[in-house]
Design a protein around this ligand. Sequence first.
Ligand SMILES: NC(=O)c1ccc[n+]([C@@H]2O[C@H](COP(=O)([O-])OP(=O)(O)OC[C@H]3O[C@@H](n4cnc5c(N)ncnc54)[C@H](O)[C@@H]3O)[C@@H](O)[C@H]2O)c1
Ligand SMILES: O=C[C@H](O)CS(=O)(=O)O
Length: 463
Amino acid sequence: MTGKTLAVNNPANGELIQEIHRNSEEEIVTCIKRGHDFLGEWNGYNAYERSTLLKTWGELIVQEKNSIAEVMTLESGKPLQESLEEVNYAVSYIEWFAEEAKRIYGRTVPAHKSSKRIVVTKEPVGLVAAITPWNFPAAMMTRKAAPALAAGCTCIIKPAEETPLTSIRLVELAHKAGIPPHAIQCVNGYGAEIGHLFTESEYIQKITFTGSTDVGKLLMAQSSNTMKHVSMELGGHAPVIITKDADLDAAVTQTIASKFRNAGQTCISANRVFVDEAIEKAFTEKLVQEVKKLKVGNGKDWGVQIGPVINRSGYDKISEQIDDAISKGGSIACGGEYNINENQGYYFVYPTVIANADETMRIMKEETFGPVLPIRTFKDIDKAISSANGTPFGLAAYYFTDNYKLGMYLHDKLHFGVLGWNDCTPSAAQAPFGGMKESGLGREGGTEGIEAYLETKYLSIGE
Ligand SMILES: NC(=O)c1ccc[n+]([C@@H]2O[C@H](COP(=O)([O-])OP(=O)(O)OC[C@H]3O[C@@H](n4cnc5c(N)ncnc54)[C@H](O)[C@@H]3O)[C@@H](O)[C@H]2O)c1
Ligand SMILES: O=C[C@H](O)CS(=O)(=O)O
């Protein structure tokens, strides 16, 4: 691997935005050593000093919110309104963990002998390597960097090669806020190349990863040789269960908000709908009527709601899933059109609803990561629950009912880390976010989020 460049292109028109430096192996190894060697000095900053630096970082990001959002839209393709919302969301993690830094508590435990004392303390795990995805280039970075720094860890960020510019700017602002250069560093290059350097390094104590399940499994395996801490935020395939006593308008509005956010390229995006057959027609008609209103275009144009998918492979997966569903009896209720230019390098998929879906179709079990929603009917709620639980994923699930008992029954029976009851937009910095099964390990955000960056130490004091 040599220190060459990475081209960052605009997925809305294929145009080159910027060439950035692609770090060489030697440069990355140097960053790793620097981050490790700085741990002692960073630990000299007390919790209140780390908290103040984090708050300043968040304030500087807010001051540059518009320019950061514009860059995010350029490199990720997401609509400008969503980029602005993501900057706020990213800052909320910094603000949350700036406070959590001050609440890292130990404890004393009653000893079984009067000659002994038992003390439990917490300390930072050490140098953290954070590998982040392209779909939320700001929030997925601060959701890792903020708790790491708050806990007293140093960290190295490796953003997705599709969207490095946002992370580069956020790290620059961290340094401007007074967070020391070796406390948080950003390196750029191809994941497969850099991943090995991280997982094989004796200086890195933790890998925190957000991305596909396949890569997550690979990183876990590679990290086992040096027994690293791992946090994994992986793929999802969220079901939406709509019972016959649901508020249909709310169900339609919320399902659209989840499905079409970032053109469906989110890990908690609604990926399949199970609707009671008694209301299937009414629901589908309302849904299609609203989906047809969604505006597709270049995300930099205010009012655009659906931008391009990130790249050719993303488009291929989506179009193949649509073709497969149609070949197995699905029908296009709306959408099914594309605006692509392979030579230019842009791929727009129009918001699509597929009726008459069933579990033989790929789209009902493989993460779509695009603006396509299959609808399946059900008669028996337990069969709907069984189907909802029937994929390897366990990240997010949603359901609509105004019946309390049924709502709690669904809470108890659905095996997902994040549940939304009449709510398809659950994400919040103060809540623990993460998946079960092959959707990941650990939680980000909430009081659980900082624990992932701490070691527990037990001191037994004799006389
Ligand atoms: N659970 C969550 O919070 C969450 C959030 C966002 C995205 N995701 C998931 O991420 C996927 C889409 O994002 P993506 O396409 O960027 O995922 P991806 O796994 O292809 O890439 C994610 C990151 O991993 C790096 N990477 C790729 N191969 C690697 C390797 N062999 N070793 C080390 N690093 C490697 C990439 O450079 C990038 O920085 C979807 O499955 C989505 O569900 C999950
Ligand atoms: O894509 C996955 C993200 O974690 C979704 S959210 O930004 O946390 O809602």
